[in-house]
Design a protein. Structure first.
Length: 127
């Protein structure tokens, strides 16, 4: 799957998330999709894999509503692949990498404030 195809899906996904458009989000997530998150033992993350589009979309919309505009989400490239980078006023909050089948997103892998993210924040501050 060309990464540009996944990038286009993520652009549509971020647009639907920003618009709080549940139907558009559901259309972009496959029936067997999963969301896995990792807080590195330092920050809270989902304890179990979230399965299915309705649960994933409900979780992400719920988090978005709680953020109340304090977190921004942008499409960026990490390790040669498109990903969502989420930032708070203090810097990178989490990254979300995805897998897709070309038509829909099939897996979400979220890393929250992990040591790697601290290094990214330090590197951004130095530049």
């Amino acid at each position: 799957m060309p990464p540009e195809t996944t990038a286009r899906l993520l652009e549509r996904f971020l647009g639907a998330l920003a618009a709080d458009d549940q139907d558009a989000l559901l259309a972009l997530v496959s029936e067997d999709a999963t969301l896995t998150s990792d807080g590195g033992g330092k920050v809270p993350a989902t304890r179990r894999v979230v399965r299915g589009p309705s649960r994933i979309v409900r979780l992400l919309l719920g988090l978005r509503r709680k953020e109340r505009g304090r977190i921004t989400h942008t499409l960026e490239w990490l390790n040669g692949e498109p990903a969502i980078v989420s930032r708070s006023p203090l810097g990178v909050f989490c990254t979300t990498s995805v897998a897709s089948d070309g038509a829909r997103l099939t897996a979400f892998y979220r890393v929250l404030k992990h040591a790697l993210l601290e290094e990214l924040r330090s590197a951004a501050a130095d530049s």
